[in-house]
Design a protein around this ligand. Structure first.
Ligand code: HEM
Length: 187
């Protein structure tokens, strides 16, 4: 009998071990971490691509400088198309400049490209209104320094040079922007 039993056991297929089971995953609803931490994300406007701001008083006076008289300056800058190229280029250089790029990160560059263009266009009397905020309000809490301002002005100069703006016209625009220093820099 023991011999028969051992023969039967030898012929029987090896007992199959149970497949290892994956630990059961607890089904929980995904956590809305933005809500948990009170993060408010503002959606960009689908038409303008800008992040809407709370309403504020709009006026050309917010541009912080009186416009030039006549058309000479607008012509020296190549009209609106030339001004757009120059302000965009100055911002492109700024975003590549390790000294100041971090100040622009996290801010709405779509809006800044539009408002900086409008501001310069208004000051040069090239046919625009400025719809942005006052300089003091727009730069509040950015912590910009005189060195940051110098870096931005370097980029504006480079952009104006590239666009072939005559040197005296470059200086006349810079002279309009220079007094804004007090309202823009904090240290
Ligand atoms: C004369 C020099 C400057 C002029 C004419 C100027 C002009 C402007 C304008 C028109 C706006 C938009 C206002 C609005 O959104 O309503 C703005 C915002 C801003 N500027 Fe300037 N700016 C100057 C200097 C600087 C400097 C030196 C920095 C930093 C390096 C800087 C960083 C910014 C940033 C980050 C914003 C966006 C603020 C926000 O989104 O709330 N600006 N500036």
């Amino acid at each position: 009998m023991p011999l028969l039993l051992s023969l039967l056991l030898a012929a029987a297929p090896l007992a199959t071990l149970p497949e290892p089971q994956a630990a059961p995953v607890e089904e929980t609803a995904p956590v809305d971490w933005d809500r948990e931490f009170g993060v408010v994300r503002k959606e960009r406007d689908p038409v303008t691509g800008e992040i809407p701001l709370d309403p504020y008083p709009q006026s050309d006076a917010n541009a912080g400088a009186a416009p030039f008289k006549g058309e000479t300056m607008a012509r020296a800058f190549g009209g609106q198309a030339g001004i757009r190229k120059i302000t965009d280029r100055a911002l492109d250089f700024s975003l590549l400049d390790p000294r100041i790029e971090a100040i622009f990160a996290e801010h709405d560059m779509v809006r800044l490209r539009r408002t900086l263009f409008e501001q310069v266009c208004f000051i040069l009397s090239a046919g625009c209104h400025y719809s942005g905020r006052e300089m003091k309000v727009a730069h509040k809490s950015l912590g910009t320094t005189r060195a940051d301002l110098n870096a931005l002005v370097e980029h504006l100069q480079q952009a104006m040079r590239e666009a072939g703006v005559p040197f005296p016209a470059q200086n006349r625009l810079l002279a309009k922007l220079a007094p804004m220093d007090r309202t823009i820099t904090e240290r």
